[in-house]
Design a protein around this ligand. Sequence first.
Ligand code: UDX
Length: 434
Amino acid sequence: MVRICVLGTGHVGLVYSVALALDGHEVCGADVDAKVISSLSRGQPTFFEPGLAETLADAIGTGRLSFSTDILESALRADVIFLAVGTPSRRDGSIDLAYLRAAAREVGRAMRRASRYQVVVVKSTVIPGTTEDVVRPLLERASGKKAGKGFGLCVNPEFLREGSAVQDALHPDRLVIGALDSRSLEALDAVYARQVCPRLATDLRTAEMVKYATNAFLATKVSFANELANLCDALGSINVDTVVEGMGLDPRINPKFLKAGLGFGGSCFPKDVRALVAAGTHRKYRARLLKAALSLNDVQPLRAVGLAEKALGSLRARRVVILGLAFKGGSDDVRESRAIPLARALLRKGANVVGFDPAANDAFHKVVPRVEIAQDLASALDGADVCIIQNDWPQWRELRAVDFMGMRRGIVIDGRRIVNRETMGAVTLVVLGG
Ligand code: UDX
């Protein structure tokens, strides 16, 4: 059992607080937001994530998980302190370290009072060099101790996917631990003693880079698949899924994350790739490949607009439905959802845009209020000219021709290659990527 403080109780911090407590550790989740802490103390998560409410209750029930607004006290009592605060994007794509700096200063003040060896672990996603060049000096100044002597320092990136974050934290498929020295590494290894999965031990900046490299590669894979889909359309009568299946027979090519669609969104891919590009630019390196992955992603939602215009002609005064507003199926998150640029482009074309999502209607309405929000599928489609499927909710797979009966013109643009073509009957189905 290790005494742990997790600083920051957002998506990452809360999920890890729960997972680490269930793994047998004594955990205190600390945050400056009193409202959040009061809700969590009552066992109520502040955002939706499958399985989180149940596991939070279980973890609190063990007596090993508590929450506090007293960051100094929580850090003072812990052996291992995780920094899991947000690193939001700035205008130029680079990340804002204000929360991380504040957290490091406060933890340093706690460490000044602590008489034993403690380890600080950066879990927030930060550009390589940040832990050594920003976090370490702040900790050393505030604590009056030297990293490597008075305290330990690690970088331990998270790889949580929305929708399966709790499972990803409880059963990670890999652990990447960047450590300042072997004593820091041993301390963090002890935290993950129960996990059976591949581990990679590195220095601090390499671990920071692994996180960005992973997300940049996956995002690039998605853009690659989207480029293939667009080329399949240009060349005619080629199904991009079959092409990817064929590619995947090559043992050097993993076919996962090659599902073509209207682009990638969410809280990580766009933000992390932009941050890496910006970090290169600040150091006079132009990341051409990553810039291309981003620029394709910017225009990919417009493919659906082009396909709709090809099928219908002008979209002016037409009722166009966007089915799926969240950045992916199974989520209520609209951050960087491709439905946002899609809706704005349709509005610019003069279309009457209607949106429907099983979970993200309210969140989307706040971002693009000019889009009419429908409360169910039937009222969304009622009298519509075109329906564009934007994300991959599993229920879109079950759609039948009869579901589109209420449309004025039965034109469906499948932007995620998800509907069952066999059951579309008289619907005019246009599938992105053949
Ligand atoms: C991602 C990473 O998977 C996770 O490891 C990291 O910690 C955070 O970012 P998440 O944002 O939850 O997780 O979503 P993910 O399921 O990876 O999808 C990201 C975006 O790419 C979505 O918009 C999705 O629709 C899109 N995508 C994904 C595709 O278009 N095609 C694919 O084959 C896979």
